[in-house]
Design a protein around this ligand. Structure first.
Ligand SMILES: Nc1ncnc2c1ncn2[C@@H]1O[C@H](COP(=O)(O)OP(=O)(O)OP(=O)(O)O)[C@@H](O)[C@H]1O
Length: 609
């Protein structure tokens, strides 16, 4: 039952109906609001959904065994220039790149599936992109000699083959983060970039990397049997995100001659090894699987020219930091200043910025919008719901949504919960009450995870119950509603979760269930909503004031500091002897940034990987 404190302000829910839990039927017998005064017996909705069997992920194609390469130590990397200015269009082979191991293998057209999928999905999907929505976002850059932004892709010399792919992707003009980040990266500078969710960061780091590799006229790579020597490494925290980046990068690099390979945990390593043996220019990987490959000496990082960390703050948080340090500092990767390092995220707490500076040299800091802010494209609602009422309240929302659609359209709904068990239980509850749902979390096999995601994307199960494994980076076009069934403890996690909707200029809706167990989030949540021009319920403002007053707010990014600063180098609070503007190659010093984060011990693989 709702408290009287909350009652007064909580009138904005979609179909919130009466909030009287005592009138509700027992769990597992959900009755939609319009049937509640009638007899329950025959009116409980039957389980209407039996998910159709779906093909398992066919992303990893084993193909034939790769020829074994031995012989001389160095080999010239030929033919890259063909993909650059000459508008390389043959689509065949890799021209000797990656030690020539993939010669003659036909390059699949990554745009083919797009067209098929587009037809099967809502037509609206490819329309309605409104990047003008981002035009008035304040942009801040800091660092020495920051290259100026561009307004069009035509102004940047990315190479004809890449330009063709940008055209195929239907990208008409660069998003703000792309306008700034691409020229900065093309000029060879290291970059720490913070831009809102769904604003095109993937292309912002992929374009310069692909273009840079295409430009290389002549690269010599060591020839060591069974060891791959990628030129670029893109790290991301989850398997699904790595797959997504790989898919995007393959589109961007189509017919450029640049070869992209993905390696992630949970999938058979033998298939990934075969792909690596065929040659790789850009390796997209999760940290755990990459460490495995490095330890088996199947990958060497000694030729890395470009290092990109997507969701960089997450990658440098406690859960991943030891693995990232091992990969970047303790293997054979060239140091900062020799390699180029690009860090991207929608959130960048100052503690993590400070830690990240170890990996950078004379970098440019770029903030599009406020660091860690949510996009105005997402309508945010917060409702006071007791734990015991959450399920029925969610089903009320879903029921109203099914009746009315969101903004007149039926979309996908992503529901975030705190625990894996909670995800299983809620999925089951939704299914037995007639709401087709799938779930994704770290205890599922990779095949199950991919099946659930695919079933959600295609709309077979338009509800996905997820833990934070789906919170970052995933770009699923039709997600119209994100529900924070359980709120996270950290406001940045909230920003990433709600960012699964309201992407690429489209509108989205996010609903959060708040109760006494979320007190520490009251102030940062109220601040964030206010900053995004959202209506903040009076009861939440009161909770926020109370938690601030009692000093009980331990949220690490709460309070004024989160919204005050941007580039941490501009603030005097970090007493580090390095001249941050002057660069320096950093070192291996551990961050010592205190006691927040996931609490993983050294060397423990994160469940996200
Ligand atoms: N210039 C562009 N024009 C049109 N669409 C674009 C452009 N750049 C990117 N997009 C599309 O915008 C969507 C969001 O891009 P992307 O996934 O890179 O966002 P992001 O900033 O990385 O988000 P997140 O912070 O959640 O990881 C994608 O569907 C992408 O194809």
């Amino acid at each position: 039952m709702r408290t009287s404190w909350a009652d007064s302000a909580d009138n904005s829910a979609i179909g919130s109906g009466n909030g009287n839990s005592s009138a509700l039927p027992p769990r597992g017998a959900y009755v939609p609001p319009h049937l509640r005064n009638r007899s329950l017996s025959s009116e409980v909705p039957a389980v209407s959904h039996t998910p159709a069997p779906l093909p398992v992920n066919d992303r990893v194609n084993p193909g034939g065994a790769a020829p074994h390469q031995g012989g001389g130590y160095f080999k010239a990397d030929q033919g890259r220039q063909q993909g650059y200015n000459s508008g390389y269009q043959t689509g065949g082979g890799w021209n000797g790149r990656g030690a020539g191991r993939d010669r003659g293998r036909r390059e699949a057209n990554p745009f083919e599936n797009d067209e098929v999928e587009d037809q099967s999905l809502d037509e609206q999907e490819n329309t309605g992109i409104n990047f003008d929505a981002y035009d008035d976002i304040p942009v801040e850059t800091s660092g020495e000699n920051v290259p100026p932004p561009v307004n069009t892709f035509a102004e940047i010399d990315l190479g004809e083959a890449l330009n063709n792919n940008i055209h195929r992707c239907k990208y008409v003009k660069p998003t703000p983060v792309q306008r700034y980040a691409i020229p900065i990266s093309l000029s060879g500078r290291d970059l720490m970039a913070c831009a809102q969710t769904g604003s095109g960061k993937t292309a912002a780091f992929c374009f310069p990397i692909i273009s840079g590799i295409m430009r290389e006229q002549y690269v010599q790579r060591p020839r060591v049997a069974r060891t791959a020597f990628p030129l670029a490494l893109i790290l991301s925290p989850t398997r699904e995100l790595s797959c997504q980046i790989h898919d995007e990068a393959k589109k961007f690099s189509y017919q450029t001659g640049v070869k992209v390979v993905v390696a992630y945990g949970g999938a058979p390593i033998t298939q990934q090894l075969r792909e690596l043996e065929r040659g790789v220019d850009i390796l997209v990987a999760t940290p755990g699987r990459l460490v495995d490959l490095l330890e088996r000496a199947r990958v060497s990082l000694q030729m890395i020219k470009y290092l990109a960390l997507d969701e960089a703050d997450r990658m440098l948080d406690m859960g991943f930091e030891p693995q990232i340090r091992k990969i970047v500092e303790q293997m054979d990767m060239p140091p900062p200043g020799i390699r180029q390092t690009l860090l991207f995220s929608a959130t960048f707490p100052k503690e993590i910025q400070r830690l990240a500076s170890d990996f950078l040299s004379s970098y440019v800091f770029l903030a599009v919008g406020r660091v860690g802010s949510s996009t105005d494209l997402i309508a945010q609602r917060v409702e006071y719901v007791l734990e015991s009422d959450k399920r029925s309240h969610l089903m009320d929302l879903l029921h109203a949504q099914r009746e009315n659609g969101i903004c007149g359209k039926q979309g996908l709904t992503l529901v975030f919960v705190e625990t894996k068990k909670g995800a299983d239980a809620l999925e089951h509850c939704l299914c037995v009450n007639g709401f087709p749902a799938a779930s994704i979390h770290g205890d599922r096999t990779q095949q199950e995870r991919e099946l659930a995601l695919r079933s959600f994307k295609t709309g077979n199960t338009p509800i996905l119950v997820a833990t934070d494994v789906a919170a970052r980076g995933l770009d699923i076009p039709r997600v119209a509603h994100v529900v924070n069934f359980d709120l996270p403890n950290d406001i940045d996690d909230y920003v990433h979760r709600i960012g699964r909707t309201g992407r690429a200029g489209k509108m989205g809706l996010a609903t959060a269930f708040f109760n006494e167990s979320n007190l520490s989030l009251a102030k940062p949540l109220a601040d964030l909503m206010q900053e995004a021009n959202q209506e903040v319920p009076a009861w939440l403002t009161r909770y926020a004031a109370r938690s601030a007053y009692s000093g009980g707010n331990r949220n690490r990014r709460s309070g004024g500091s989160r919204f005050g600063g941007r580039d941490f180098r501009r603030e005097g609070s970090f007493n580090k002897s390095t001249d941050y503007y002057g660069g320096g190659t950093g070192g291996g010093a551990a961050g010592g940034y205190g006691n927040y984060g996931g609490g993983y011990g050294q060397g423990v693989t994160s469940a996200w990987d």
